[in-house]
Design a binder for this molecule. Structure first.
Ligand code: FUC
Length: 824
């Protein structure tokens, strides 16, 4: 735990002295602390440019900056298909349909599970250390991460000299920059070194440039083939620089700038032929030509281009003068709306910092990992976690950050083609529940987790969703082949189940859960999530093909097959069934809520079109409970927002903004670390992104035929505003203001034109605004035609309670802005 929590007396004294400097500046968008992270990685502050990540500890005497580069992964290009699957498939399906789950699972373990390769690991580059002799005794300590500039800063005093360090990771200059100053000339003296847990070699080259070269680890018999080099150059003002024993030494300087670059031999998932040394030299040479001021200016401009698009104000906080970790500890006690706003913007900060155009998508830890063998390989778990990372991308106006995921899906559509063919004899492409830098598409881990041929279905949703926001047919053309390929796989793979004649996915599972009556065996056919996923994929493919005026025969096939998918079912406890049979246990607190994919993100369950399913989904959510792993709580914020219950969504935010380890319950410990990283535990970035998306969903949703403003506003956020959100149909919510729980003003810019339909909690007025009725003709808001639910005789379903709302609409023109205000 962080020092400040342990040592309250000391904190109090420092706090008093700090309030003066802190209250003088605006801390709304700062994470700040009055103690160093010491050796707690989850208290260190993350900076990143999508490719280069650093965790800044802010330790005065021995500064530690942990380094990452997004393409340093164990192994090299590889595949993990198990071709034995093809022959075993009919027998496994038969066993499942006969209810012989144990046998089916055993056979799948023998013939479908990967024989050896279970995904590679994302690995750290190493550490950059700075030793400052005599800085062990310091005073006036303060460190922060400023979300407005994406700069981490540490400052303290030794004697009467104030030392300051700033750190950022620059997109335009592809380097990590550290700037060190002392306010008395000539008093900066330190030693710098590079370390790595990899087998590495450190040399000091000419002009005092430090280089560390290494190669990634072997795993599962795949040779570690990512070669990387880290380079460090220092330019100091005043004093001297020298090298000694692989270290750089700066003595008696007034200020210094440290330039860190890292390069690897990675080109793409099948090509590692680059020369890391040439690349690295080019990065370092270029960046060292620039002054700190210039680098800082360019960095901030590049970052703010994205960050400044959204501003949020959920209300003022009396306790905003406390350090961030203390605010997390106290969030549940009182109302700290500003911390929720900070957490929201931190989610956006993390996405900008871990997912940049042309790079890798954010993995389980974004780009920040200090372990050689991290939890779950810090890879891509695609049965929820990776998708969740991108939930905030479009709606919180970070569309460019979505790009790396879209590219990954395209690459998986290449690797997954072979998997579909050799394992299942199917056309199109398939991938299972995990992938990695090498875009493996076979099953990973034990069969109870890995038997899920649905990764492509869920990921492909992102291809089409992006189009719903940008309306760009040229973009749609580039992703259509991957979308179509994903759908083609299921056209071949679906199989008729014997009871109702429905077409189902088999073998599969409801991610990582198993019905109690099946002795914890997860293998299953026709799970609710799979049915929803295939429905979603077919629907999106049909809509994309229609928008592109292509593939009429395929559209027809998909429409016919979609009719044969199982409907959603409401079981004996009034719940939305998780499995095709009514097997749910109302006391099941499992972290995955897979069957609610249909509610969020997929929008197949609607209070207006499917009120019974809406009620059943709510019952399932109540039965599943609140506290869970970090990402599970993040998902539940979105789900309660879709259920239009703002106070329950807020309760989940409170559960999430609880210090890691404090929450009790079946999946205890989920919450937030001192640096606001999400705790699964351990650290997993998905919960940050899930909760950020959830806060947007509480304020604005855009599906189900309308832009719904304030669909789930909690009592805690009576007054506030948000600007810059994006809605489907190419609408930008330039301003959304609410007062005393009522929608006060909304300004919407239309980029594509078309009908703009608004669902609002109170009357509004504005030019040409009319009351709306009937279907929304805007194609981006098409309502989904889901099959009527089958409801168990003992479900005891109450009619759904739906909040009163009003529907308005206005015809819009591209580029024009529309303003509406409350009308009393
Ligand atoms: C899924 C989840 C776990 C964890 C892992 C990375 O398997 O069930 O909780 O988040 O991914």
């Amino acid at each position: 735990m962080h020092n400040s929590i342990r040592n309250k007396g000391m904190v109090f004294t420092i706090f008093i002295s700090l309030t003066i400097s802190v209250s003088a500046q605006n801390t709304d968008l700062k994470l700040w602390y009055n103690a160093p992270a010491e050796n707690v990685w989850e208290a260190a502050l993350p900076v990143g440019n999508g490719r280069l990540g650093a965790m800044v500890f802010g330790n005065p005497g021995q500064e530690q900056i942990s380094l990452n580069e997004a393409s340093i992964w164990s192994g090299g290009p590889n595949r993990n298909d198990n071709p034995e699957a093809l022959n075993a498939l009919p027998e496994i399906r038969k066993l499942i349909f006969e209810g012989q789950y144990q046998q089916a699972s055993k056979m799948a373990a023998q013939h479908i599970q990967s024989k050896r390769i279970n995904g590679m690991m994302y690995q750290p580059a190493g550490d950059f250390r700075l030793v400052f002799p005599g800085h062990e005794n310091y005073a006036g300590y303060y460190r922060e991460l400023d979300l407005e500039s994406a700069v981490a800063k540490t400052t303290y005093k030794v004697g009467n000299i104030t030392y300051t360090r700033t750190v950022f990771s620059s997109v335009p200059d592809q380097a990590i920059i550290i700037h060190l100053t002392a306010d008395k000339p000539g008093s900066l003296t330190f030693e710098a070194s590079l370390l790595s847990e990899h087998n590495s070699k450190v040399i000091v080259a000419k002009d005092n440039i430090l280089y560390l070269s290494a190669q990634s680890s072997d795993k599962d018999g795949v040779k570690g083939a990512v070669k990387f080099e880290t380079g460090v150059g220092i330019k100091q003002k005043g004093g001297t620089i020298s090298s000694d024993n692989g270290n750089l030494k700066v003595s008696g300087a007034s200020s210094a700038t440290v330039y860190i670059s890292i390069a690897t031999n990675f080109v793409n998932y099948k090509d590692i032929s680059a020369d890391e040394k040439t690349k690295n030299a080019a990065y370092l040479h270029a960046v060292m030509q620039k002054s700190y001021r210039r680098l800082s200016k360019d960095h901030i401009t590049a970052y703010q281009k994205y960050f400044n698009r959204v501003q949020i104000n959920l209300g003022k906080t009396p306790s905003a003068g406390l350090p961030t970790d203390q605010r997390v500890a106290e969030f549940a006690k009182g109302n700290d709306p500003q911390l929720a706003a900070l957490y929201y913007q931190f989610g956006r900060y993390l996405l900008i910092s871990s997912s940049q155009p042309g790079g890798q998508p954010a993995n389980l830890q974004g780009i920040w990992n200090n372990k050689m063998n991290p939890p779950w390989g810090s890879k891509y778990t695609i049965n929820i976690n990776t998708e969740m990372n991108y939930w905030p991308a479009e709606e919180s106006n970070l569309s460019e950050m979505h790009g790396p995921l879209i590219e990954m899906v395209k690459e998986l559509s290449e690797t997954g083609k072979e998997t579909a063919r050799v394992m299942y004899g199917a056309a199109g492409w398939v991938t299972h529940h995990n992938t990695d830098l090498w875009r493996i598409s076979g099953p990973v881990d034990a069969i109870n987790y890995g038997m899920w041929p649905m990764g492509g279905a869920w990921l492909s949703r992102h291809l089409f969703e992006k189009y719903l926001y940008n309306g760009d047919r040229e973009y749609l053309k580039t992703v259509y082949p991957a979308l179509k390929g994903a759908a083609q796989f299921y056209l071949d793979f679906l199989v008729e189940e014997p009871v109702k004649g429905w077409m189902v996915v088999s073998p599969s599972m409801s991610p990582e859960n198993s019905p109690k009556s099946h002795q914890e065996i997860s293998i299953a056919a026709g799970t609710t999530m799979d049915n929803q996923l295939v429905f979603d994929l077919f629907t999106n493919t049909i809509r994309a093909a229609e928008a592109l005026n292509t593939d009429v025969v395929l559209i027809d096939k998909l429409k016919k097959m979609r009719m044969r998918l199982p409907p959603m079912q409401v079981g004996q406890y009034g719940q939305l069934q998780e499995w095709i049979q009514d097997l749910d246990n109302p006391n099941d607190k499992h972290r995955h809520v897979s069957h609610l994919f249909g509610l969020y993100p997929a929008g197949q369950i609607s209070p207006y079109h499917t009120p019974q399913l809406f009620e059943a989904a709510k019952n399932s959510m109540i039965q599943r409970g609140d506290v869970s792993t970090g990402w599970s709580m993040g998902w539940k914020v979105n789900l309660w927002a879709r259920l239009q219950d703002g106070n329950h969504a807020y309760k989940l935010i409170t559960n999430q903004l609880t210090p890691a380890g404090v929450n009790q319950g079946e999946n205890s410990g989920g919450g937030t670390y001192p640096n606001l990283f999400d705790a699964h535990p351990p650290f997993q970035i998905d919960g940050n992104f899930g909760c950020t998306a959830g806060i947007t969903e509480m304020l604005m949703q855009s599906h189900d035929e309308a832009i719904h403003l304030l669909p789930a506003l909690p009592d805690a956020w009576k007054d506030g505003s948000i600007s810059g959100l994006r809605a489907r149909g190419g609408f930008e919510i330039e301003r959304l203001v609410w007062k005393d729980g009522h929608l006060y003003e909304v300004v919407i810019k239309s980029t594509l034109g078309g009908k703009c339909r608004l669902r609002v909690p109170n009357q509004i007025k504005g030019r040409k605004l009319a009351v709306a009725a009937g279907n929304n003709p805007n194609p981006f808001f098409q309502s989904l035609e889901v099959k009527p639910a089958i409801i168990s005789a003992t479900a005891g379903l109450r009619p759904a309670e739906i909040k009163d709302t009003l529907l308005y609409e206005v015809d819009t023109k591209p580029g024009k802005t529309y303003k509406f205000k409350i009308s009393q």
